[in-house]
Ligand binder design. Structure first.
Ligand code: HEC
Length: 144
């Protein structure tokens, strides 16, 4: 090969390497951006926060102070799961027909059964940190 061609081919080779190098750089930069966009898109929508965990400290559900929660608050947090739909045969809130025979046993019995559980009704309606007064208030709230 004549020297002139050799230098041309060297120059071309160098040019090709430069082009390849900068293309690769761009491709890498792009995929970094894409990765970020993807991880932004697939990140979880929300976090589960369980009672007692650090993140649940400020939830209104958790006991924030020694102030008793209202019957309505307790009901809407714990009892509604079963007593709004009648799940598992739970008497529906405010439904006079469904509560008649139960009320006939005496309200004290209802408080006791709500606290200790009866049949498919779990003790304290799963409100494990509910005080006796809070359970009573929740029962009063759901009675017709
Ligand atoms: C997991 C579902 C569930 C949850 C949550 C629940 N209950 Fe019940 N509850 C039931 C079922 C089922 C019955 C009917 C039990 C039976 O008579 O066999 C019932 C019955 C009752 C009764 C009537 C008891 C009786 O002697 O007739 C009261 C009062 C009551 N629940 C209060 C509550 C309160 C207050 C809460 C919330 C703090 C609550 N329940 C949460 C399922 C539930």
């Amino acid at each position: 090969m004549q020297p002139i061609y050799r230098s041309i081919s060297r120059a071309l080779g160098l040019l090709m390497s430069l082009v390849l190098f900068s293309l690769t750089q761009q491709a890498l930069a792009l995929s970094e951006q894409k990765l970020q966009a993807i991880s932004e898109r697939i990140k979880p929508v929300g976090d589960v926060c369980l009672q007692g965990e650090e993140c649940a400290k400020n939830l209104t559900v958790a006991k924030a102070s020694d102030e008793p929660r209202s019957g309505e608050q307790i009901y809407n947090t714990f009892c509604t799961a079963c007593h709004t739909s009648g799940a598992a045969g739970a008497p529906i809130k405010g439904n006079a027909g469904q509560w008649k025979d139960r009320i006939a046993k005496g309200v004290e019995t209802l408080y006791t059964n709500a606290t200790n559980g009866v049949g498919a009704m779990p003790a304290k309606g799963l409100c494990s940190d509910c005080s006796a007064d809070e359970i009573k208030a929740a029962v009063d709230f759901m009675l017709p």
